[in-house]
Design a protein. Structure first.
Lengths: 88, 367
């Protein structure tokens, strides 16, 4: 799995001052993009990395579900041997 | 290793014989010595055995011209000539003589030698000789690297030409194409591509497209220096200009509506449920407006919004009210919050979307 994770939101939730919104922009090797936001409970002394780590863990199942789809989309199917390939 | 003044002294025979032998030793050793001969002659060749340099005296016999430096360990020679100059032809309409610079060939599967051009960049003030570094490398398979050795990361994946720069400034030109001393409006310089095999005949290869830069005026005074950028592609062997960006930033696209791709394969952005995407940030409170088109491929639903400062008005919705403004559960939401235009997926599931924003005014499109 080759996905780049970029933090595209890192703000306090305007509707809930106990939460921080952490958005992850996930991009696979073909440029497909998946954006997922998670609300993480604010805690004193919690590092930025820790907030992002929590958001990543919360979003992991959704990220995996998205990637399982896009990793197949665009492939070429060969009915003679039931194979999928990147080439044409 | 010997040197001699090339004068046989008036002396007894044994001394004369020794003098003659010394002359012969000087001749066969090319006047070798740890320094220049004490007596020199115009055009005399002599070898500096301490620096391993072969010299020839100049015509005036007042200076040494270095010819070769010999590597006595590797048994190779490096030329010290500052010009490689093939003799010009004389007579009428005679073709000039080629100059070939050739690296050593290997044997079997052994790689051929490289042609390596090195220079020494200026260093700090002082008398230290600055180190040489490779500027251009030509590999045995004709790959050319400028500022690159082809043994490194990105350069190794290039097929023919790799250019590397280590300049750290934000903007600079790694290459300039300069049409010099021409003031004709409309002349276009192009960087083109070609495909096909020219061995198969004229019909099997051709120009596949180009990027062109055209003079919009004469470029002979400061006030007349405008240009346009052109992109051209090939269709059925004809190269056609498809897009032009003119000198004031207007974009012209030929043959296809802006923002549409005929096979519908515009890239989608997938948003998890409740995830948001910042689409645009208007530059000022008086920034202009935009037309936002949204397409959701899995359902085919699409909508058009008028967006601007603190504005997101739904103009048209192809679905049964799946799109809305404001943060509403169960909907595709476009939310305007002062300068920021945001899309939020509140449909309850992860979905992919295609976004196109056509703007007038000071918007920054963040998609």
């Amino acid at each position: 799995m080759s996905i780049t994770f970029k933090v595209d939101k890192f703000v306090n939730d305007p509707d809930d001052n106990t939460k921080k919104i952490v958005g992850l922009r996930c991009t696979d090797s073909k440029g497909a993009v998946f954006i997922v936001d998670k609300k993480i409970t604010i805690a004193d002394g919690k590092t930025d990395e820790s907030y992002v780590q929590d958001a990543y863990n919360d979003a992991l199942s959704e990220i995996n579900e998205w990637f399982s789809g896009v990793s197949v989309e665009g492939k070429v199917f060969n009915p003679s041997d039931n194979s999928l390939s990147d080439g044409e | 290793m010997a040197q001699h003044d090339y004068v046989i002294d008036n002396q007894a025979f044994p001394a004369t014989r020794a003098d003659l032998n010394s002359v012969l030793q000087a001749i066969v050793s090319n006047n070798s010595g740890s320094s220049a001969p004490s007596t020199t002659f115009a055009n005399q060749i002599w070898y500096d055995s301490s620096a391993n340099i072969l010299y020839i005296r100049n015509e005036d016999n007042d200076a040494n011209i270095p010819l070769l430096q010999l590597d006595q360990s590797g048994d190779v020679a490096a030329t010290l000539a500052t010009i490689i100059d093939v003799l010009d032809k004389s007579g009428t309409n005679q073709a000039g003589t080629d100059l070939t610079i050739r690296a050593g060939a290997g044997t079997g599967t052994g790689a051929g030698g490289k042609i390596i051009l090195q220079t020494a960049d200026g260093g700090s003030s002082g008398s230290s000789v600055n180190p040489h570094a490779t500027a251009v490398t030509i590999l045995d398979d004709s790959k050319v690297g400028i500022g690159s050795t082809f043994g490194e990361n990105i350069a190794s994946s290039a097929n023919k030409l790799a250019v590397r720069s280590d300049i750290g400034t934000t903007h600079y030109n790694i290459m300039n194409v300069w049409e010099h001393e021409n003031t004709t409006t409309g002349i276009e310089q192009r960087i083109g591509w070609a495909f096909g095999d020219d061995g198969g005949g004229e019909s099997s290869f051709g120009i596949a497209g180009y990027i062109g830069m055209e003079k919009a005026n004469s470029w002979n005074v400061d006030s007349a220096r405008s240009s346009s950028l052109t992109f051209a592609t090939a269709i059925a062997s004809s190269v056609v200009e498809r897009m032009t960006i003119d000198s004031v930033g207007s974009i012209g696209i030929v043959g296809r509506a802006f923002g549409l791709i005929s096979n519908g394969s515009q890239p989608t952005t997938t948003l998890a449920d409740d995830a948001t995407l910042n689409l645009a940030v208007s530059g000022t409170a008086t920034a202009g407006g935009g037309l936002l088109c949204i397409y959701e491929p899995s359902s085919g639903d699409n909508a058009i919004y008028h967006v601007g400062y603190n504005r997101a008005n739904l103009i048209s919705d192809s679905s049964t009210s799946n799109f809305t403004t404001g943060d509403t559960d169960g909907k595709n939401c476009v939310i305007a919050n002062n300068h920021t235009i945001t899309f939020k997926n509140r449909t309850g599931s992860s979905r992919g979307y295609v976004f196109n924003l056509f703007i007038a005014g000071g918007f920054n499109y963040n998609q």
